[in-house]
Design a protein around this ligand. Structure first.
Ligand code: TEU
Length: 564
């Protein structure tokens, strides 16, 4: 039934709870704030929200360091607030997905405190403990820096957030492994008790009506049991340490067993709340469709419904809307992974916003609309990030003393951290952009909030917000935009991305065309190449006023970054 596969073609909206809406004037967003904004989300047309971690946490990594998986951080509210959010969201037809941090816990989690207390306690094997090796004067600096009592880390593994991935604990005279900050010790997934504890936590939330999980940093669950050194590549990483190839720390095949068991557990768990399957979304960052296919479970389709690959766009990098590349990419995700449901994502809380990655400073508004067009006219499930629908800017701190993200503090000035993409949501032109009433918000509101905000965009028929709303509504009501095949046409044109979507069962095909260049283009749409003959076009949506009534398939004048 339609409900069974609600997550296919859905629009999933990521909320960074710290920055969405503050309901109690402390300068931090909270769960009641999200509840207050459900009307907005429903009108936008989202099917589900994914809330970044709102569990109790020392907030070293702003919630990605969880100290209790079965409660709510008092900064964000109470369990009763969460229950109410789930119930209220349901009235708005919105499902709630949680961010399940599977790779590691906080070092303040009671599991870790127990595990770190001795080598013999009942949780001694819940984390990745290892003896050190004697100090080697030729070892790289980052390994020597981690030495204690004349002992160095067991190998060269690096934390993704800088320095050695090993931290010494005097009580055990051993090191523990942390893929991220040292306050985020990695769990030992070879221990069945760990799997059980994490699955129990998922059941706790499913009982409360949660409709799915986004699995954080899931490719790094397993490490080489022999602790072999990762191969050293040329050059240095963003923290200035040697670059390594993570063959012994990343994407180990054992992870797929866990995911298969998790999928089966989630699927067979008694239904609560909403009809339809619960969804597993994976933060998988996959390099190619061969790897992507494995995370779906290949032929069996028994792993993640929605692994994300992020081939489009990446942290910090200025990116180009390269038409041949996009054509290849979209073809691959739609056709080469056993008919799986693709997931498209441009923005999240770890990467410079697409507005800034792709913007050229001249055509930013049209570029934002073209990105929305691509996101919402593919058959993919669309993952979007709060503020993306407004064209909110990335506001990176300019002084190290203002930085909140520890990556930015340790990496300054080479790496300025992720604060820029986490600024408060811009609701209106009042104090703190309507986000809060506090004298000081946790991150400053970008100065353009007085003009760029929800209230203004709601009033402006040409705004990005209204473009998103119209596209989401159109996609919902147009079978060709969410089912059936795709044929790319005019593939010799390297400036214009055009495709025909042909739904099964005789519904009308839809053609999408975007000029992804800064020069005007004359477009010819070879509909016959897509097997569509003898038709006149009828415009469904365009941001080019002169094409509102277009019925031609040739001689179409598309201005820079125009969408039809
Ligand atoms: O990110 C995992 C991840 O792969 C990061 O290394 C990401 O590449 C990095 O943030 C880019 O600078 C997840 C969360 O999304 C991130 O916010 C957390 O900090 C991280 O896990 C640790 O839990």
């Amino acid at each position: 039934t339609h409900d069974e596969t609600w997550w296919k073609h859905a629009v999933v909206y990521e909320i960074y709870p710290r920055s969405f809406q503050d309901s109690n004037g402390d300068g931090l967003g909270d769960l009641n704030g999200i509840t207050q904004r459900l009307d907005y989300l429903e009108k936008l047309g989202v099917d589900a929200i994914w809330i970044a971690p709102m569990f109790p946490s020392p907030q070293v990594d702003f919630g990605y360091d969880v100290s209790d998986y079965e409660a709510v951080d008092p900064q964000y509210g109470t369990l009763a607030d969460m229950d109410r959010l789930i119930q209220e969201a349901k009235k708005h037809n919105i499902r709630i997905c949680l961010d399940w941090v599977v790779n590691h816990t906080s070092d303040k989690h009671k599991w870790f405190e127990e595990s770190a207390s001795s080598r013999t306690n009942p949780k001694a094997d819940w984390y990745m403990w290892s003896d050190g090796k004697p100090l080697d004067p030729n070892a790289p600096e980052y390994m020597k820096k981690a030495a204690h009592d004349g002992m160095m880390p067991p190998n060269n593994w690096e934390s993704g957030f800088g320095g050695s991935a090993w931290e010494w604990v005097p009580a055990r005279k051993q090191f523990y492994y942390h893929m991220f900050y040292k306050q985020q010790p990695d769990l030992n997934w070879r221990n069945p008790a760990v799997e059980k504890a994490m699955f129990d936590g998922m059941r706790f939330w499913m009982d409360r009506g949660v409709a799915g999980f986004r699995l954080d940093a899931v490719p790094t669950l397993f490490e080489d049991p022999q602790n072999r050194d990762n191969p050293v590549l040329e050059g240095t990483n963003s923290q200035g340490d040697p670059r390594l190839k993570g063959i012994y720390t990343d994407n180990l095949p054992e992870v797929h067993g866990v995911i298969r068991r998790m999928r089966a557990m989630v699927e067979t768990y008694p239904k609560t709340g909403f009809p339809g399957s619960r969804v597993l979304i994976g933060e998988t960052y996959l390099p190619n469709t061969v790897e992507l296919d494995k995370w779906y479970g290949g032929q069996d389709q028994n792993e993640l419904q929605l692994p994300m690959d992020m081939l489009i766009g990446f942290r910090g990098d200025r990116a180009k809307l390269d038409v041949p590349y996009l054509r290849r990419y979209l073809t691959e995700v739609e056709t080469e992974v056993h008919g799986s449901q693709p997931l498209l994502v441009f923005d999240n809380h770890d990467n410079v916003r697409s507005h800034d990655r792709y913007g050229d400073g001249v055509h930013d508004a049209a570029i934002d609309r073209a990105i929305a067009t691509m996101l919402l006219t593919s058959k993919a499930t669309a993952l979007m990030y709060y503020g993306e629908e407004l064209g909110m800017p990335t506001t990176t701190p300019t002084r190290v003393e203002d930085v909140k993200d520890p990556i930015g503090i340790t990496g300054w000035p080479r790496e300025k951290g992720r604060d820029g993409e986490r600024t408060p949501m811009q609701w209106d032109a009042s104090t703190d952009a309507g986000f809060s009433t506090a004298a000081k918000t946790w991150l400053p509101v970008p100065p353009n909030y007085t003009t760029l905000n929800v209230a203004n965009e709601e009033k402006d028929p040409t705004s990005l917000l209204n473009w998103y709303k119209r596209l989401i509504a159109l996609r919902r009501n147009t079978p060709a935009l969410h089912d059936g095949g795709v044929v790319f046409v005019d593939t010799s044109n390297t400036n214009v991305l055009s495709y025909v979507r042909t739904p099964p069962g005789g519904a009308k095909p839809v053609v999408v065309s975007m000029n992804l260049s800064a020069q005007p283009q004359t477009v010819k749409l070879d509909m016959a190449a897509a097997g569509v003959t003898g038709t006149k076009l009828k415009t469904l949506i365009t941001d080019v006023p002169s094409l509102e009534k277009n019925d031609r398939t040739s001689d179409i004048q598309l201005p820079p970054y125009g969408s039809l």
